[in-house]
Design a protein around this ligand. Structure first.
Ligand code: PMM
Length: 277
């Protein structure tokens, strides 16, 4: 079964939801709606990682997300916290989060891996080559897929050395993080190779710029949210096909339906058609 991770951004500047969910009550309501739509996990973040974004202080990040983490965990959701800060990870696990989603793979904060090791939470290790403000400076690769696979393997080793066994690790190729247009497709084509590293694989393509560039190379900004969501749902199916464990998406219902169609195609559907006469 492929899991869907619904995105709850509690930021005033996230490119993808326009900061609509900064309000705590609205963020909780959005998370509950994602669960009703079929999300298996909710990923709650308080720091935007969009290209060019400024860092926020951990205290500000925690003020934004902790009440939301607590409320959604108490409501029974499996909560993941999207943070690069060890102090935020620790506080979020104390508030009920079960997964720490670190897009930097433990590189941004030297305390992250040891803190997560001590909490017992699972960790998402993203492929990353630097902060959002200058992430494209590091987007130089001779073999992008091979380098992503190799660098993820190093992060799995680093997690192991800090006391986090591979069974608690989820790796993520970091689509859009220090990767331009076609480089993202080259990495997605390597999904199966990434699964062979051992840990579960999470993929996050949702609404990202490379999808808009694919749909309208001459004017990506003109590609609206509906078209980005449709493209995202197609990548959900393709990533599931390639062995991904989970997909991190904004529009849960589109990816949920896309996965239902895939299951039916594979003959795994529980829906039994009535015999036609
Ligand atoms: N992308 C974003 C934020 N967090 N976490 C993981 N594990 N993988 C991703 O690809 C990822 C992430 C940026 O997207 P957003 O601002 O729309 O949430």
């Amino acid at each position: 079964m492929t899991l869907l991770m619904g995105i709850v951004n509690v930021t005033p500047d996230s490119f993808s939801d326009g900061g609509r969910f900064f309000d705590h009550d609205a963020a909780v309501a959005h998370g509950l709606a994602l669960c009703r739509a079929g999300a298996h996990i909710l990923d709650i973040g308080g720091e935007s990682t969009r290209p060019g974004a400024e860092r926020v202080e951990p205290a500000v990040e925690q003020e934004r997300i902790l009440p939301v983490v607590r409320a959604l965990a108490e409501a029974g959701a499996v909560v993941s916290v999207d943070t690069m800060n060890a102090s935020t990870a620790r506080a979020a696990v104390d508030a009920g989060a079960r997964i720490v989603n670190d897009v930097s793979g433990g590189l941004a904060d030297p305390e992250m891996l040891s803190v997560v090791a001590a909490t017992g939470a699972d960790i998402v290790l993203g492929h990353w080559r630097g902060h959002s403000a200058d992430m494209y400076a590091a987007a130089e690769y001779a073999d992008v897929a091979g380098e992503v696979v190799g660098e993820l393997a190093s992060r799995i080793d680093a997690a192991g050395a800090a006391g986090i066994p591979p069974a608690r690790v989820i790796v993520d190729p970091g689509i859009g993080f220090g990767k331009r247009g076609e480089q993202n497709w080259a990495v997605l084509r390597a999904t199966e190779r990434i699964t062979r590293l051992g840990p579960r694989v999470l993929v996050g393509t949702s609404r990202k710029r490379f999808l808009a560039e694919t749909l309208d190379p001459s004017d990506p900004a003109s590609v609206d949210e509906d078209r980005r969501d449709l493209a995202t749902a197609v990548t959900t199916v393709l990533a599931a096909q390639a062995g991904a464990w989970g997909l991190r998406v904004h529009d849960i219902s589109a990816s949920r339906d896309a996965l239902a169609v895939r299951r039916a195609w594979e003959g795994e559907s529980r829906w039994a058609p009535t015999r036609s006469r």
